[in-house]
Design a protein around this ligand. Sequence first.
Ligand code: B4P
Length: 188
Amino acid sequence: MRIVFIGPPGAGKGTQAERIVQSYGMAHLSTGDMLRAARDARSEVGLAAEQYMSSGQLVPDDVIVAIIAARLLEPDCRQGYLLDGFPRTIAQAEALDQMLKRQGTPLSTVLELAVPEDELFKRLAGRGRADDSPEVIRKRLVAYRNQTAPLLDYYGKAGLLCPIDGLGTVDEIFRRIRAVLDPVAAAS
Ligand code: B4P
């Protein structure tokens, strides 16, 4: 399976992604994790990305698209993958479409993890990462509304979007995800 996982900051994508990749055996491609690793390694890309991440902005599309284009060519992606946090803009989604078309590997499904904003504030305040201060969270939510939410319409029109209620315990939410993915896995 080739899956895209969309949701607002703090919806729990990373939390559920761990379970999905373990259950279904696929590569986990988290652009947030990749950027944090690049920043910690003090690479050129990581240091450039840091200024955007720490202020709640999205990292420029060309930087992220280049990272994903290289990653998708690695051997572990042949068995399928979960794109966690990518694409986050229409330009990224269009670039992904072109890559997948060239490879002849269409997406299987797009999961949207839906969580109301008041709950997102609670979860992110509890996590306490450097980019989880109230002011930065607000900026990230605005970026989500303006730049990422249009993807829901984009993938809805493509007939790929599956909304998941992201409220409840981690186990409850994972059961909802399984109910969507089991039939997709059986068909692929
Ligand atoms: P990401 O790393 O993708 O992070 P996120 O959206 O903040 O978090 P996620 O939804 O994974 O939440 P989590 O499971 O941790 O992005 C960070 C930054 O990187 C972006 O702001 C941007 O600058 C940059 N970036 C990444 N991808 C990019 C792209 N494609 N283009 C441009 N820029 C990009 O959960 C959050 C908290 O909730 C945790 O504390 C967790 O324990 C808790 N939680 C989870 N499930 C819960 C539940 N059911 N109930 C209660 N709490 C729960």
